[in-house]
Design a protein around this ligand. Structure first.
Ligand code: C5P
Length: 244
């Protein structure tokens, strides 16, 4: 079955599946754009560029506006350092935080343990294989040939065993992961486009919001289709109602 053609009901009944990627380089532009959104309709994501530019102050401003915030800093370090960083994220009130699953089981377990005492702890998400990587890149790193789906499956299983709540993957990999991992394991998927026949920007393996949810995505990371939309609120409402 071609997952692009899926038109079934979403596996997850999320009332607001979209995480808007705030890929801006300064706080002012970000806050100006966020004024056009509504925390009842979406979550927000801050990545390395915006966090390096505007840091914790902006993150806390967005949380104080009522948004659930995904801190997408993709931690990868020794277990103690990653665990300590996740603890600070929890103290900030972050909703979701991620780390490279290739940091290994002890690193992920330490992170899960560090935030387990928080009343409202962040969701911990593992990054499997970056979508920019090819099989040749994997061979260069590991010295043995391994396919991208095999490596995604291996790292997602390791993340699950280590106590993480989910992984970042492409919506096309979601179909495979859903067959092997529990239904409540979160699949956070970028590469979403409203019209698969139109401009893809630099994304290669893309799906519509409706097809991605039907393929098993729990949350949809969407940057440009929302940040460049004329009317982001109407768009979010349409996605939330499962119309597009
Ligand atoms: O504008 P667009 O919808 O392509 O933005 C997608 C967002 O998801 C960006 O913030 C990008 O960094 C992020 N992302 C991705 N692919 C991954 C992981 C994250 O596109 N594998």
């Amino acid at each position: 079955m071609n997952p692009l053609m899926l038109d079934a009901e979403p596996l997850f009944n999320q009332t607001k599946p979209v995480i808007v990627a705030l890929d801006f380089d300064d706080a002012e532009t970000t806050l100006q754009f966020v004024r056009r959104l509504n925390p009842d309709l979406c979550q927000l994501k801050i990545g390395k560029e915006l966090f390096t530019a505007s840091g914790r102050r902006l993150a806390e401003q967005l949380i104080n506006q009522g948004y659930r915030l995904f801190l997408d800093l993709k931690y990868h370090d020794i277990p103690n350092t990653v665990a300590s960083a996740c603890k600070v994220a929890a103290q900030m009130g972050v909703w979701m935080v991620d780390m490279h699953a290739s940091g290994g089981q002890r690193m992920m377990e330490a992170a899960a343990e560090a935030i387990s005492q928080f009343h409202q702890r962040p969701l911990l998400i593992g990054v499997t294989v970056l979508t920019s990587m090819t099989e040749q890149d994997l061979a260069d790193i590991f010295g043995a040939s391994v396919s991208v789906p095999q490596q995604v499956m291996r790292l997602a299983s390791l993340a699950h065993q280590s106590g993480l709540d989910g992984v970042v993957c492409s919506a096309q990999e979601a179909v495979m992961l859903r067959q092997h991992l529990p239904q409540d394991f979160l699949l956070v998927t970028p590469g979403i486009r409203l019209n698969i026949a139109s401009n893809h920007d630099d994304q290669r393996r893309i799906m519509t919001p409706k097809a991605a949810l039907a393929a098993g995505s729990s949350y949809l990371v969407m940057g440009r289709p929302i940040t460049q939309a004329e009317d982001p609120i109407t768009l979010l409402n349409q996605i939330n109602r499962g119309e597009i």
